[in-house]
Design a protein around this ligand. Structure first.
Ligand code: IMP
Ligand code: MG
Length: 184
């Protein structure tokens, strides 16, 4: 049988690791967004963040709405271009609401920098970022500073838990490092 596991060099975060990380993030977000004056809207960036979104929203116990945006910045290449194009915009109005952008992985931060600028222009009450992974490598400064970070990620190309290589591996239930021979 052809399995995806054979393309994985090593597992970085297991299903159990992920469960614990998401529970912790959900608890923190629930605490921060508790109260009558809050109007939380989770905005996930398609497609990578959908798996994390599904888990995170169920780990949050305050009322919330969800919506999705699709942007393109990467294509199938492994480097951020900094050029971001909105492919699918929001359906909900975020004016005076508390926006939390949900991302799978933060690398250069260029994608999120652009998104935050774009969404800020719609006058939300607040805007923050929750990223599951952060590739914060020494000497490398991300373009934005995420408020909620699941865990730090080494400078390798990772797949699974929503993250893809050429649209594959998103359905792996764990996060792993892809064998270099798969993408070279
Ligand atoms: P940034 O603009 O450099 O922060 O790029 C962030 C986006 O690049 C993420 O939303 C992912 O879609 C993609 N990305 C960055 N690193 C990886 C990786 O290791 N595996 C899969 N996708 C990645
Ligand atoms: Mg992405």
């Amino acid at each position: 049988m052809d399995t995806m596991d054979k393309d994985i060099e090593r597992v970085l975060f297991s299903e159990e690791d992920i469960r614990q990380i998401v529970q912790r993030m959900g608890a923190q977000i629930s605490e921060d967004y508790a109260g009558e004056d809050k109007d939380l809207v989770l905005i996930a960036v398609l497609r990578g963040a959908v798996v994390f979104m599904g888990d995170l929203m169920r780990a949050i116990d305050v009322p919330l709405a969800i919506d999705f945006m699709a942007v393109s910045s990467y294509g199938d290449k492994a480097k951020s271009s900094g050029i971001v194009r909105i492919i699918k915009d929001l359906d909900v109005d975020i004016k005076d609401r508390d926006v939390l952008i949900v991302e799978d992985i933060l690398d250069s931060g260029l994608t999120l920098k652009y998104l935050m600028k774009n969404l800020s222009a719609r006058h939300p009450a607040s805007i923050e970022v929750a990223t599951f992974l952060w590739k914060d490598i020494e000497g490398k400064q991300a373009a934005i500073n995420p408020k909620y970070v699941g865990t730090h990620c080494p400078d390798a190309f990772v797949v699974g838990y929503g993250l893809d290589f050429a649209e594959k591996y998103r359905n792996l239930p764990y996060v792993g490092v892809l064998k270099p021979e798969v993408y070279s």
